[in-house]
Structure formats: C-alpha cells, structure tokens
Design a protein around this ligand. Structure first.
Ligand code: PLP
Length: 396
C-alpha cells in the first residue's frame, strides 16, 4: 500500500465496495461478498433496505437539519417508541455510541450531584469491556492498548474482573455512582454475562443506591433476538446507551434513562449539534418500524438456531482451528485455536466477511434480515475456508 492521506489508525483490508443489497456487498469489478460483519452490527436491516432508503430520501427532500433549540418531531416520536418498549422515560440522541456512553456517564454523575452527593462520581466497569474511543470511554473500558500514550487516564473509573460480582461488591465505596456493563461483550470477544450474574449486579446496585448503566450499543436493537439483551435476564437498568443497530447505517446513538436517573440533566447541562437531527430520526424510526413488526424478533431467533447448528458442526469438524462458538441471537462468536486474523482472512478469501474480536474470537454478525439461504451459503463458505486451512496445515 502506498502512503495514504488518512490517519494510519486502521489496518484496512484491500477491499472497496461500491454497492450493497441485503446481505451482499459488491465491488466495482463485480466481486460479491456475503456480509456477516454488517458494519460491526450496524447494518441491522442489511444494505439498501427499501424502507430505509425511502425514509431517508423522503426526509432528505424536505429537511436535513435543524438545531436542537427547535422541536424535532421525529425525535419525540422515536423517543416515545423507545420508552414504550423499555424501562426508559427519557432519551437523549447522539451521533455515535461513545457519545451515548458519555451522556450516560454524565447523567449518572449528575444524578448523585442533584441528590446532594457530588462525591459519588466513580463508575465500576469490567475487564475486557469496550465502551468507545473518547477519553472518558477509553478510561471506562480500561484497556491498556487503548489508553497508552494519551495522557492521564480520565479519573473516576474502577475495574473488576469480568462478571465477578464479589469483586464488584468489594470495589463499591461511598464515592461509587454507578456500575457499567455490556450484557454481552462485543469487542471483548462475544463474552456473555450470565443472566444470574446480571440479576446479581442489579441487586448490588439496588443495595448500595448505585445506578446500573448498560452498554447495549452492540447487543441491542434486536441483535440477540430480544429488542434489548438485558430482557433475557429479566432485569432493567437505570441508564442504557444504544447506537449501531438503531441507525441501520445512519450514525445514531441514544442514551435512555428513567425519569429518576435523568433528574440532574436539566436545561443547559448537556447538548449536541447534530444528535437527533431530522435525517437521523427518519431512519431510526424506519428501523423500528421493521424491528418492532410482529414476529420479526422470532425470525432472528429462528435464524440464530440455524446458524448455531452449522457452527456446532464446524467446531466438530475442525477442532484444530476452532474450539467453540458462543453468543445469543445473531451476535455470535467462534472461539479460535488458530489466530482469529488467519480465520477472518481465509473466510474473506471465500467471499465471506466477518470481524475479529478479543479473546481470539471471530464475530459473526449478519444483518438481522439475513435469509436462511444466505446463512447456508455462509456456512458452506466457512466449511470451504476451514477445509483449505486445515489441508494447508496452517493452524498457527
Ligand atoms: C461500537 C461500540 C461502542 C462505541 O461506539 P462508536 O459509535 O464507535 O462510538 C461502545 N460500546 C460498545 C459495546 C460498542 O460495540
């Protein structure tokens, strides 16, 4: 690769796509790839979904942007629908996941401030977490590789081992404001927090007057077969950051809060120029039109079963390359024996896009609208790629 005018922060695959349709991406030369990365759980309804295209183009011809100093009816509508379907009473819209997280962090701190306890500002997070790339969210995620060289780590984040409730209890102090967790770690390697553990964390929060913040930026909006992943555990948070899937490819994030948790966020305490603008809200509402259709989430679970069956066979057939699969719904991970980067690139050579994650995992994140036939094609491609790798003896 020749030098690029772009920051060198990404090691990019040498692929450029020109067009997308459903679960498929096409390059200028006509080569087609089956997209089981979906923009990393972003293209929840695949590419160029007609309902989303219509919503965006219709809005584009009428009004792109107005400031949040005016009413934006699409925002009220999307917030109403999110609140109707969740624990939440209040929503703040952003452009990205990290900004939604920042809003959740600020809301949690401000809650205790409003209640006369400004000393409660610390937030407890879990090892392996990923909450974004802003200065506060890299501190929340606590991963050395993302913090190194960026000056002092933003104050106020304490970390305990993954899903360790006892360590969590021991970490709670009279400065603790909240606990922050992904119900399923995405970047961390599709690591699932057990439903019992989620319930135990909720209890710890209740006992100590802490807010529970969920990061459902990757696992939310139907990805696991429920509208939100925490529903599987039968608990509710006080605050939740969402993004990725809710925009279907248009940059949208949101922080959802109970009325109580949001009590400190009064006029002037927070703001955004673009967050929740009319284009974004038209698309967000269109995504919900589909995801909330009767039976849609059942189809996600059905497709997940088909994909899991195939992955189980693959794990049986190639134990020298992959050792297990895990995940919920269409947020699945193959735990690899061979380096996950080798597996991702050999799948890509077969025309199947997936994405690596921590813990030597390959994430499998098809659009929620993927067809059963495309799942079968993907499984064939996986078998072909792993057979080749296994014949070449390239397991390390
Ligand atoms: C992607 C992601 C983020 C960050 O979202 P951005 O839109 O990249 O800022 C935060 N948390 C989780 C769990 C994510 O998957």
């Amino acid at each position: 690769m020749t030098s690029s005018p772009l920051y060198d922060t990404y090691i990019r695959a040498d692929l450029a796509f020109e067009k997308g349709e459903g679960s498929w991406l096409t390059m200028a030369n006509g080569d087609r790839y089956l997209d089981f990365a979906a923009g990393i759980a972003v293209n929840s309804l695949g590419h160029a979904h007609p309902h989303l295209v219509a919503a965006l183009t219709d809005q584009a011809s009428r009004l792109w942007h107005v400031s949040n100093i005016y009413e934006i009816p699409g925002q009220r509508k999307l917030a109403d629908r999110l609140c109707q379907r969740t624990f939440a009473d209040k929503v703040f819209f952003t452009n990205s996941g990290a900004e939604a997280m920042e809003c959740a962090i600020k809301t949690a701190r401000r809650y205790h401030y409003a209640k006369g306890a400004p000393e409660k500002y610390r937030i407890i997070t879990f090892e392996g977490a990923f909450h974004g790339r802003t200065l506060a969210t890299i501190a929340a995620g606590g991963q050395a590789k993302y913090l190194e060289g960026f000056g002092p780590k933003s104050e106020g984040f304490d970390q305990v081992p993954f899903a360790d409730v006892e360590a969590l209890e021991n970490m709670v102090s009279n400065e603790t404001a909240a606990v922050l967790i992904e119900p399923i770690q995405g970047e961390g390697g599709v690591r699932m927090v057990s439903h019992q553990c989620m319930r135990d964390i909720r209890s710890v929060c209740d006992e100590h007057g802490l807010l529970l913040i969920l990061d459902e930026i990757q696992c939310g909006v139907g990805r696991t077969g429920k509208l939100f992943a925490h529903e599987w555990a039968g608990i509710v948070p006080d605050l939740m950051a969402i993004a990725k899937g809710i925009g279907g490819g248009f940059p949208i994030g949101a922080c959802l809060a109970t009325q109580d948790a949001a009590q400190g966020m009064i006029a002037g305490t927070h703001g955004t120029t673009y967050g929740g603008n009319p284009l974004a809200m038209a698309v967000g509402n269109a995504v919900l039109d589909i995801v909330l259709e009767d039976g849609f989430l059942d189809t996600v679970i059905k497709k997940s079963l088909l994909l899991k069956q195939g992955l189980a066979q693959i794990v049986d057939a190639y134990p020298q390359l992959v050792e297990a699969f895990r995940g919920e719904g269409l947020l699945l991970g193959l735990k690899c024996v061979a380096p996950n980067t080798t597996i991702v690139s050999s799948l890509r050579d077969e025309g199947l896009l997936t994405v690596g994650a921590g813990d030597n995992v390959v994430r499998i994140l098809p659009p929620l609208t993927v067809s059963e036939n495309d799942i079968r094609i993907a499984l064939d491609k996986m078998n072909a790629a792993l057979a080749k790798l296994s014949n070449s003896g390239q397991t390390h």
